[in-house]
Design a binder for this molecule. Structure first.
Ligand SMILES: Cc1ncc(COP(=O)(O)O)c(C=O)c1O
Length: 358
């Protein structure tokens, strides 16, 4: 029996991927060993590494003047890798729209003259501030944004225009869930454990002109060019996580790619938001234009009912619906691998709970 897991991450993986991985677990494609036991210098692993890169490039339509690397350390390590790698004037501007962009800003401040160019803290991060290129310092090395805010359930409705200043995006919780024009960014990064695969691998996509300006103190392991030169094989990579990611990329292609999955995600999110908006019992207070497709926070009329909701839902196989401690209430993360049936089952449960407690 499989439950519907609404966790913000690590989160659900597609069942066909899990089954494929299971089939190859003890004997990967006739090698007689699993990917977990395989040298990263072996031919089968090199093929996995190459295929993962090529498939991701195709899925995200990554232009030729960008490199893709698979690294360790999570998105959190990139909070520091970004200022250490893009270091010219030593200045950078941050847009703070939630917990993770706030953390990125805090870490970056250790390495230069960083400023908060805009924030949505005034309304508890329930919207994305209006941005204009005049708000950024013309000599900033980059502008940093978090495209989808996992905890507060907001996302940018379009890519902000930063003029000639490179835009850097944390896309940890929306990568591959919707079309994103990579050419509008200088660099993008994402932890895998939401839409890509198991935790342990982090994707970084960097434009070529931003690969030779690292701060000299940047640790070798955090320097993007170290892994770019070695095609992500400078040291022992997270082989198994990258392998599962490659299977997820295959699955996504079979579904019809990002455009097709975006349509499914829009359909799923609409079911949930429409239900919440039509209910007098549940509330989502994110400004509609900025509602996330992936993370849907909501509350019931009281904290006691929220608690009851989460435990009663779990008994019905609807798992990990507790909201983040910064927001409270509930949060349904409906990443690519969450089937529409899971969302429908959640909404049915919400209706039942409302009837019993409203
Ligand atoms: C948007 C965003 N950025 C960064 C992180 C931190 O990622 P990691 O745990 O891979 O360091 C998360 C984790 O949930 C996230 O949602």
């Amino acid at each position: 029996m499989r439950n519907y897991n609404f966790s913000a991450g690590p989160s659900m993986l597609p069942l066909p991927v899990l089954e494929r991985v299971q089939r190859g677990l003890t004997d990967y494609e006739g090698t007689g060993i699993s990917v977990m036991e395989m040298s990263h210098r072996s031919k089968p692993y090199q093929a996995i590494n190459d295929e993962a890169e090529a498939r991701l490039r195709k899925l995200m339509n990554v232009p030729e003047n960008y490199d893709i690397i698979f690294v360790q350390g999570g998105a959190s390590m990139q909070f520091e890798a970004v200022p250490l790698n893009i270091h010219r004037s030593g200045k950078a501007d941050y847009v703070v729209t939630g917990n993770f962009s706030g953390k990125a800003y805090k870490e970056a401040k250790k390495y230069g003259d960083m400023v908060e160019a805009a924030s949505s803290a005034d309304k508890n991060f329930t919207y994305i501030p209006k941005l204009d290129k005049s708000m950024f310092r013309p000599d900033a090395d980059y502008v940093h944004i978090c495209y989808n805010n996992t905890i507060f359930g907001t996302r940018y409705s379009s890519v902000p225009d930063t003029g000639n200043i490179p835009l850097v995006g944390d896309i940890s919780s929306c990568i591959l869930s919707q079309e994103i024009d990579v050419s509008k960014f200088g660099a993008l990064y994402a932890g895998a454990q939401k839409n890509v695969g198991p935790a342990g691998v982090t994707i970084v996509i960097v434009r070529k002109d931003l690969q030779d300006c690292a701060n000299p103190v940047c640790p070798t392991m955090m320097k993007w060019s170290t892994q770019i030169k070695e095609k992500s094989l400078y040291n022992t990579p997270p082989c198994f996580s990258t392998y599962v990611a490659m299977e997820v990329f295959r699955w996504l292609e079979e579904l019809g790619g990002v455009k097709a999955v975006q349509k499914m995600n829009e359909e799923k999110a609409k079911i949930l938001y429409d239900f919440i908006d039509n209910s007098k019992f549940y509330t989502n207070n994110v400004e509609k234009e900025f509602r996330s497709l992936m993370n849907v926070p909501f509350v019931s009329p009281s904290e006691e009912l929220d608690k009851e909701f989460v435990s009663a839902a779990a008994k019905e196989g609807l798992l990990t619906l507790k909201g983040h401690r910064l927001v409270g209430g509930m949060r349904a993360s409906i990443y690519n691998a969450m089937p529409i049936e899971g969302v429908k089952k959640l909404v049915d449960f919400m209706a039942k709970f409302e009837k019993a407690n409203g």
